[in-house]
Each structure stands twice: as C-alpha cells, then as structure tokens.
Ligand binder design. Structure first.
Ligand code: HEC
Ligand code: HEC
Length: 305
C-alpha cells in the first residue's frame, strides 16, 4: 500500500501552472454578509479579534509576523498563511488537517489560542447587533445557524482571488508583461525543479511534501514544537513527520516572513533554504535575484476591501 503522501504525490504531480481565475460574482448578498463578518471582532471570546486581525487584507492576507498573536496576545506556534487564493488549496492549514473553509472556521472558533468561542455566543451577538442582523436577513430569509455563517464566510473567501498578476498576463500571451529578469527567474524556477512542488494555479497548495528532503531542517532548530510535525499530527504515521501542504507562492512578495515557523525573513533567504533542503543543490548566488523577480511577478490584483 502506498502511503497517503505517496498517493497524493502521484495523483497531483505536474499540474500545470494556470492563471488565477476572476472572482465569482454570484451570491452577492451572502458574500456581502461574509465580508462584514470577516472584519467583526465577534468571533473571539472577548471581542478582540476578527479574521482580519491576522489575515489582513491590506497586508497580503496575513499578519507579516513570524508567528500569530492570538487570544490575550499570546504568541502562537505557527506562521499565519495568507487568506488570498486560499480557496484554491487542496487542503487547508499547514498540516492539511481540513479540506473545506467551513471546517477551517470551525477549527479556529474552538481553538483556545484563536477564538476560544462557541456558536451560541456568536449567533446571539449577531442577532443583537442591528447592522449584522440586517445583513443576515438580506442574505437568508430563515433563522440563523452556524451553517449559514460558515457559508457566507466561505462564499466571501471564495472571492478573495488575485488575478491579473504580471506572470498571469504573461501566461495569457502578453510577452511584455514580464521583465527579462523575471522571465529568466521563471526558467530557473523550472530548471531547479521548484515547479515539481510549487505548481497548479496557486503555484503550490496542491500537494504534500516533507520539509527537509535532502537535509534535516529540524536538526538545527533550537526548539521543536508540535506545529513542526505537520501531517504527522493528523495521521500519527512516522513518515508524515515534517510533511506540510506545499504553500502557494501567489503574492509571496507581500507575505514575509516565510515558512510554517516564520523563520525566514526574506525571499532571498527562503530561496537558499529551498535549494539546501528541497532541491538538494545550492542555488547559485547570481541566480537568486532572478528567482526573486519571478516571485515578485506573482503579485496579482488585490481584492477590493
Ligand atoms: C489569531 C490569528 C488568526 C485569526 C484571528 C484568524 N486566523 Fe485564520 N489562520 C491563522 C493561522 C495561524 C493559520 C494556520 C494554522 C495552522 O496551519 O495550523 C490560519 C489558517 C487559516 C486558513 C487556511 C489557509 C491555508 O492556506 O491553509 C484560512 C482559510 C483561515 N485561516 C481563515 C480564517 C477566517 C475566515 C478567520 C475568521 C473567522 C480567521 N482565519 C481568523 C490565524 C488566524
Ligand atoms: C520537494 C518540494 C519542494 C521543492 C522542490 C521546492 N519547494 Fe518551496 N516549499 C516546499 C515546502 C514543503 C515548503 C513549506 C516548508 C515549511 O514551511 O516548513 C516550501 C516553502 C517555500 C516558500 C515559502 C512560502 C511561504 O509562504 O512561507 C518559498 C518562497 C518557496 N518554497 C520557494 C521555492 C523555490 C524558489 C524553489 C526552487 C528553488 C522551491 N521552493 C522548491 C516544497 C518545495
């Protein structure tokens, strides 16, 4: 029997890099409700955090710090991934423990370090806030339950796509959309084999891979915590230790610091780490700036806030 990891690798490998689609424009009133809820502090137990506290839409969809600051300002164990294009990922969270956005919301809601809350409280808060109640009524003409709240947020997150990056315009035939440096960077991205893991429309987000294939990344870390174990936390299988969903590289220029532990401050640094741990060959110093230019060309049109 092939392990889950191997099955996934074979099933998913070599998906073509395609442009990011345009956001869907249906379900407007539900999307609007989701958009309002995204920025409300109502999810956290003590009304201090909204989705946007950590997934800041004007900061690339994340928080730009190594590890998230959760409830009561406690520092979490892992880096916040971007919400932009998250709906394209084949699984959610670094360890891929859930598949749907609704399940992400459920996980976050009960997570004692994030919202530490329950649906009853949230439904009461929405019902007793005239603005939120009104938005709910416009979207749904029946009583509120957690299902509708998760649906509205999901539909909104589905619209948080970033089409029209220079790279996508290049893919669609506009050869002048990319600088010569970025084009060379794309060639290097292919020739170094980055594309075997970072692929599909998200340029990542469609398969699992171990971090530390050619060298043990965790051997040099001072402390290892549960979040470093990745997929192992889901399956309990030794071979799934340090296995993560390969992150999407869309808008990656906006989302430093990098990696699940937020340990790499710059693109230059993470490119070198990828060479050592994932490619098995150091990335030549003079190649790095070209790859940076390519990665910068993956910044698309950000959603209207
Ligand atoms: C306190 C910070 C914080 C808040 C508030 C927060 N998130 Fe997150 N979010 C995270 C972190 C950290 C992760 C990654 C956790 C992991 O991988 O174990 C994450 C992961 C996600 C993901 C998965 C992305 C991916 O690429 O795997 C989605 C989607 C998401 N959050 C949506 C939301 C929504 C919707 C809300 C509001 C209901 C929200 N988040 C509120 C910190 C936060
Ligand atoms: C064997 C699979 C594999 C290959 C090959 C690979 N990567 Fe990665 N990449 C990953 C994984 C897995 C992570 C997440 C590791 C972690 O956070 O612990 C990652 C993370 C990254 C990140 C950080 C993204 C973020 O949001 O934190 C960047 C940037 C990146 N890779 C670029 C590259 C480049 C450039 C190359 C080629 C030089 C490359 N990768 C080759 C699997 C791979």
């Amino acid at each position: 029997m092939l392990s889950l990891l191997m099955q996934n690798m074979f099933a998913q490998q070599n998906k073509a890099i395609l442009p990011i689609p345009y956001p869907p424009s249906d379900n407007q009133t539900k999307v609007n409700l989701g958009k309002i809820l995204f920025k409300e502090n109502l999810f956290s137990k003590n009304n201090t955090l909204s989705c946007n506290s950590c997934h800041m839409l004007n900061k690339g969809g994340d928080d730009n710090i190594p590890k998230y600051v959760g409830l009561d300002k406690k520092i979490g164990l892992i880096n916040t991934p971007t919400i932009l294009n998250a709906s394209l990922n084949f699984r959610q969270f670094w360890d891929g423990r859930v598949k749907t956005l609704a399940a992400v919301i459920e996980d976050h809601l009960h997570d004692p370090t994030i919202f530490a809350n329950n649906w009853e409280t949230i439904i009461n808060r929405i019902n007793s806030d005239p603005k939120l109640y009104q938005a709910y009524q416009s979207a749904y003409n029946h009583a509120m339950s957690s299902t509708e709240i998760k649906e509205a947020l999901t539909l909104y997150i589905n619209t948080l796509l970033t089409p029209d990056s220079p790279f996508d315009r290049f893919l669609q035939g506009d050869k002048s959309a990319l600088s010569e440096e970025a084009k060379k960077g794309f060639e290097l991205f292919k020739s170094y084999g980055c594309i075997t893991c970072h692929q599909g429309p998200g340029i990542g987000g469609n398969l699992y891979q171990k971090f530390g294939i050619y060298k043990d990344y965790f051997a040099t870390k001072k402390t290892i915590n549960k979040a470093d174990f990745g997929l192992y936390n889901v399956t309990g299988k030794p071979e799934d230790k340090y296995v993560f969903v390969v992150p999407s590289l869309r808008n990656v220029a906006l989302t430093a610091p990098y990696l699940h532990d937020g340990s790499a401050a710059t693109l230059e640094e993470v490119i070198q780490l990828m060479g050592i741990y994932q490619v098995g060959q150091p990335i030549q110093k003079f190649d790095v700036p070209y790859i940076v230019k390519f990665l910068q060309s993956l910044t698309g049109k950000l959603p209207n806030e």
